[in-house]
Design a protein around this ligand. Sequence first.
Ligand SMILES: [Zn+2]
Length: 415
Amino acid sequence: MKKIIMMCTTLLVCFDASALMAQHQLRFSDIDALPLVLTDAQIIEQQRLFGEYPPIKTVHLTLARGQTLARLLAPFQLSGREMHNLSGAMEAYLSAKKMKIGQVFTVKLTDTQIKSVTIKVGFSTQVTLLKQGVQWQVQTTELPTTMTEKAAGGQIDGSLYLAAQKQKIPVDVINRMILAFSHTIDFQREIKRGDHFKLVYRQQNLAQNFDVSKVVQLNYAQLTLSGKIHTLIYFEDDNNSGAFYDEDGQLAQSFLLKTPVDGARLSSFFGPRMHPILGYNRMHKGLDFGVAVGTPVMAAGDAQIDYLGRMGSFGNLVRLKHANGYQTLYAHLKGFAKGLRKGQFVKQHQLIGYVGTTGRSQARHLHYEVHHLGKAINPLSLKQSSQRRLDGEQLASFKRYKQQQLEYLSSIDAG
Ligand SMILES: [Zn+2]
């Protein structure tokens, strides 16, 4: 009888363990070893093998939708104070408010006692919180990485994205290419079936896990559109200032961007129109870009922040002062880039805010205006101003760099 009760207890424990796992969405593959109740003989065997008891086990936990860190770590029974201190210690690296679904927590434990919690913050930084009584000691580690140059190319049959996907080129590379060419090419109209592209980009990989990578830079991009070749080369000059140049070393970046958002769809043009809310005909002094709320808005050019805050029907507004009497204005923003202040200097393409619907705005969009000497002008009419050209030693160094990119490309041409 006693034996049967004991078996039942064991079964119950097992049953509870799997229920617990299901409840916290753990998978067996996630777990090197589950905290189990060991017999005396097993403990002695563990001590012989590991020289310590209990052995340290590693569990990888993934944050699920609607789950809090406290719920995720519930199986390990931290006290309220321990949990509070853990969140506090983690806050500087990974704010509880910003934790995303899928965030992985690597927990090391003995039996059910947590020894440490490790999180990855950023691409190659790892933070370990070591439990010291009820406190947590923080250790940050930079993971080793490697850099590789990748060459790729393909033919555009459907969209550029489809073509890139076929060649397993990261979307980020394509976005960078579109951005770089946006000064000179109209992607809506000029790309046709049968056009092709070639790219060289620099990628950073985690040495321990080569599958984890990020795009660092687009080095070289070439588009052949209806037989005409367009080439851009990213080059850092003596002042470490990087920009895209054409094949001859001429700066290929316009003074102001025509489209300060990615994936922009023009929803309203410059000129007179019927106002959707006011209902009467008035001058539309800018361009409207219909894009999703939260889409990053970039500074159209190097500038100083002239205004940042709410302004009547514009809602949240950023106004930038550029050289030569130019100003740009970005309205209806959801919010501003972190840490941005009036008087601060920003670079072209720098994040300044996010698309929203604040102020008098009927639908989510970015309202973008360009002014020259106090008068609104059509952003689409912005001409590429005469730009500087590399010369002397800089040009020689640019040519060597270009040659190197062509060599990377020859590897795919041969293959
Ligand atoms: Zn507008």
